[in-house]
Structures are given as structure tokens and as C-alpha cells.
Design a protein around this ligand. Sequence first.
Ligand code: GDP
Ligand code: MG
Length: 437
Amino acid sequence: LSDKLKGLMKKVSGQSTLTESNMQEVLREVKLALLEADVNYKVTKDFVNRIKEKSLGSKVIMGVNARQQFIKLIHDELVEVLGGQNVSLNPKNNNKQNIIMLVGLQGAGKTTFAAKLSKLSKKEKEKVILIGADVYRPAAKRQLQVLSEQIGVEFFTINDSNDALLIVKKGLEKASDIEATTIVIDTAGRLHIDETLMKELEDIKAMASPTDILLVVDGMTGQDAVNVAKKFNETLVIDGVVLTKLDGDTRGGAALSIKEVSGKPIKYISEGEKLDEISKFYPDRLASRILGMGDVVSLVERAKDAIDEKEAKLMEEKFRKNQFDFEDFLKQFKMIKRMGSLGGILKLIPGVNLGDFDMANAEKEMKKIEAIIYSMTLEERRNPQLLKVFSRKNRIAKGSGVEVADVNKLLKQHENMKKMMKMFNSGNIPGFGKFPR
Ligand code: GDP
Ligand code: MG
């Protein structure tokens, strides 16, 4: 491998074993990341403690350094806390209708989300009706009507009424008339939770028997969002949460706290003012975002898939006995290939700035090496000593379409690798730690 690549690999590889001290260091970072992402302090503390317990006794996977593996463990735990899987809407009542009631503070994004959800549902071939029952803000009904026209779904409100209950009642009648399959009810919010609002929402709930009461919370409000979720859930018993404004620079840590505190799943996230900017909530994506760690997770997963455990063990054995030959070299290449392109792999590692690193050249280099090894006889691959003979080198160079100098370079690299392995086996390599046994 080229020197540049080697340097890069060294930079990203860090510790190869998980020790008490580097674990502490990573945990500190994670704690900071969580607090920075606006996760509640107590939730953070409990979380980190759970990780500590779980990580003792976890095994290091070959090919992925311990630190990354540890972060993966943390990530998985986060996913778990966030609910594991995506949770969809509850089933329709009598197989007929989804009645989705949106609640939340003023400005949280209810009306916007009502429109987004309607658009999404329409795409999924639902017959949608939007009911505008926000009687508190003067322009609210009109706002929803305009949105419904934009999307092309049915809309119902009573313009000159401020009786939210009546609007919902009539709206549901219309929904039945037109055989709507998805009914979205937009309700009023307040700047702060108050009795009148809660009473109104409870009444609507009792009358409409929604299949889902979704609490819409502004993801940027952090800790406040947690208190809001707690209060709404206590009074209304919500079915799920919608986290909005995740397009801002918030990392979405509120989600973690909300799930911990309310025990209710986050079902959707809203990531912008445009009507398409809605997604179902996937815990793994948010977990990565909270940790702010690029895509280490998919890297580790790919490595796990690509690396045959048995093969890895065998390779380790060879490393130790210093028998690593060109056949093994080829096998390693194949593993890397199975993980995807070299560029793709490096890009997944956070903190790696590829900058002026010549990716195309590195991949070309790898192909060249592969070609050279393919031009060796099996005997030569297994016994690199044979390659000291010039005529063999010459033959291989011709066979693989390279210069003899390239073959020499590869032999030199192989020598260096063997030397490195010797160091591994003898104990410590600066920056690498002891090779896992
Ligand atoms: P409501 O009072 O709960 O109905 O909130 P609205 O739906 O009227 O939204 C309040 C403001 O937040 C509006 O200016 C929306 O455009 C904006 N908004 C809603 N959802 C999002 C989002 O996901 N991202 C961003 N950037 N803005 C949003
Ligand atoms: Mg509104």
C-alpha cells in the first residue's frame, strides 16, 4: 500500500484493543455528545452506566478497531432506548379509518405536519380529509385550508364557529360521507399548557376516539420538549410523538429523553418547511445523528458481514506465526473489496479528512498489486522467498503488465508487513497497542 494510505490507516486505526482507559475516554466523549445533543443529564448518566456494564465482556472483531466497535455498542444501545424499530400508526378502526389527532404547543409544527402527513398518506393511496379544529388562532383554519388545496385533499372546518368539538363532530360526519380512510385533526395549541386547552383536547379525544393521538413537539426546544411530553401524556395518554424542526442544527437529543420519560414512541420526524420533508422515525438514524459520528455503524456492520470469522482467526494465527504469504495478502484484499470500495470505506470513518488523498490512485494501486499476485504461481505465493530470482520477477511483471520495479515494490511491502507483524507479536507497537489474542 502506498505510504499515504498507510499513514491514513494508522491515523484512523487508533487502539486495537479495548482497555479500561480508552473505554473511559470514549465514554467521556459520548457523555459530552449526549449532553451537547440536549439529552437530559440523568438520562445521560443512566445511559453511560448501562454501556459500561454491557461493554465488559464484549469481543473485539478483527478488521474493525476497538474504539469503533465500542461506539457501535453505544449506538446499538441508543437505538434500543429510542425504541429499536420504527413504530407505525396504529391500525385502522374496524379496518376503516385512521383517525389521527395532532396535539401540541403553539408553533410546534402541528398544522405543517398535518399537511405533510396528509400528503404522505395520499401517496399511499389513502382517501384523506383534514379537519381544521384550531379555533384559538384566527388564521389557523385558513392556513390548513390553503395547505389542503396545495396537496389536493379534502378539507373541513366551520369558519364562523369557535366550537372545536362541533367542528370535529361535523368533520367526522363528512369523513364518513366521503368514505375517507385517513382523517387528520389539527387542534389548537397554546404557548404554555393550560387547563382550558387540555379540557378541550380531552373532549375532542372522547368524541372522536382517535386511533392515534400524536404529540407534535419542536425538536429544537430540547429539555422543554420533555416536560411538554410528560404533561400531555399524563392528561391525554398519547400514542406517539412527532419531532419537528430537525432540519435545524439540533442533534435531536430531545428524542432520547422524550422516549425515556414518556415511554411513547416517536413515529415521525419533520425536517423542513416543505411538505415533502417528513420521514418515518428510524431510531438508528437518529442514534447516529446524536452521536455525531458519521457512519461508523454501517462500517462496522459491513466489516462484520465481509469478514468470515473463521478466516479471520486463521489469518490471525498466521500473523502470529509470521507466515503471512501472498495468498493471504490476496484474501485480505478480497475482504476489503467485499466491504465496498476503498474510497467508500474511508469516507465512512468520521474524522478522516480525505483532503488531497488520491483515492483513484490508491484503488489503482490495489488493482495493480492484485494483478501482480495473480501472476505468481501458487508456489511463489506461498513461498515469497522464491521471488528473489530475477527471471521469476521478470515473468510476473510481464504477466501482469507492470514494471519489474513494481514487483520489487510489492516484495518490499510484503517484507515490511512481516516486520510489522513481528513487532505485533513481540508486544507493543506505538499507537496500536497489543494485538488482540
Ligand atoms: P402549529 O402552531 O403547531 O400549528 O405550528 P405550524 O405548523 O404553524 O408551524 C410553526 C412554524 O414552524 C411555521 O413557520 C412552520 O413553517 C415552521 N415549521 C414547522 N415544521 C417545521 C420543520 O420541520 N422545520 C422547519 N424549519 N420549520 C418548521
Ligand atoms: Mg397550527
